[in-house]
Design a protein around this ligand. Sequence first.
Ligand SMILES: [Ca+2]
Length: 580
Amino acid sequence: MYSPAHPSLPPRPGSPCKQGKPIPAERKSSGGRRGLPTVRVTAVAGAAFAKAGTLVAAILFGAWALAPRAIDAASPESAPESRRQTRIAANDGGAENAHWSAARNAEQRAPNIVFILADDLGYGDLGCYGQEKIHTPNIDRLAAEGMRFTQFYCGAPVCAPSRCVLLTGKHLGHAAIRDNSEVQPEGQLPLPAEETTLGELLQAAGYRTAAIGKWGLGPPGSSGDPNRQGFDLFFGYNCQRHAHNYYPTYLYRNGERLALGNPPFAAHQKFPADTDPQDPRAFAGYTGRDYAPDFMLDEAVRFIRDNQDRPFFLYFASPIPHLALQVPESSLAEYLGRFPETPYLGEKGYLPHRTPRACLAAMISHLDRQVGRIMETLEELGLADDTLIMFSSDNGPPEDVGGADTRFFAGNSPWRGFKGSVFEGGVRVPFIARWPGRVPAGSVSRHIAIFYDVLPTVMEATQQPTPSDCDGISFLPALLGREQPKQHEFILYEFYGYGGQQAVRMGRWKGIRLNCYQKPEGSLMLFDLDADPGETTDVSAAHPDVVARLEEILRTEHRDHPYWDFQEKRRPPRPAAAAR
Ligand SMILES: [Ca+2]
């Protein structure tokens, strides 16, 4: 059992999973404890999904998949395994059979799942993807011991919708959240109660689940509260705006605020005009004592230790390296004096920093050490071989905001575009997976995969069924170094930020439509990613048949939604700012 570190925590809900709707009264009230401001959020009236049925199926499968730690091939418990063998053989031509057969006689343990999500980390920001100025030895080791993907795509070009896609397994044409959208006093548009998340599916299968880091999918007490979306434990920033300051006065553990030892200060400031920007002491007001990511790491390590004897799912959604530029002095020291620097004075948002390049590099190396600590913890506890670790980023790096010098570090290299764009630089992200003995060490995959594939991949890796409304395809065969039997005909984006953007990739072809609010039927640009990976030349005029097919895909994959429609210029309502 997970043991909360703080005895003041309320008891966990008795049920391991959400049992359909409506949420019981005691759970509905679980988010508004201890004098927290009441957050009034209306759940989206989304389409009716067969969530309850899905969860029941998951529970039934989970019971047999996870209850026995060791499966004896001759025992009655092995019957479901036999059905599994039959199903795999029927679906995949038996290619997978050898793998599972070989594993049958060994002691079997449902794999732990650790998904580490960086925030605004670019494809080119890691050593194993070509970065030369920033040191990432631990993530590079993860790649050396696992598989690195070169055609992996995040869910959306910005934070919240990307995380929605990751956790629900639905692409942006079907997703409940298709842009960052704020609610007051803190938080983002909540995931509707009807959505089924990866957390809920694993929770129903008997996993202990934790979301640690940045959430962004609904305030405490709302339908999108992480405790109501499949996570036994939540720790970190609920609100993305709150995460703009790495030295906040509080973080959340579940629905409760945990005070940190930082002085309050605004997360967006300009440097005073009458102050010397070369004086390090002049920047002291933009820092504090308690660096939030370090508390997140401690919580993650504690969660792993507390659950070492049972299957667990850790979703570690680090806020690093998203702005603001803030890092502990001990981490900054590694890079001081290494780069030409011009103090950043806050003119493009967030907080000033005297050595912005050193800070950005130090933040990424700080995250890298955290990844190393998670790996070491698993190794120390003897869990490494039983744990599938995945590492990725929620979107590309920022273009020219907050002092982040993405061009200096070539963080989006070698692609065109940045965060907020459906060009490759905004959406093609690092993806690394390690599962010793299963995923071939030091391997590279060119399989095209995207965030909505993660849910079915984890479901297959944990021998459970995937909900029928999932848009993804399991890439477990590719991960195991085998032939990948199923490929996407297309992957797509329907993004309601940055003027409205659509993109669809079909093999070598990628269609892009910008300014969708202004011109929802505007012509598609077409790029040939094989010949032109930098997306420099629009070849739509030469391939009208391809353009017509991509337009048809975008049209048919759009599911109508009360909040999301370019034609009707629909968006979620903007709430009035909270009274202060
Ligand atoms: Ca992000």
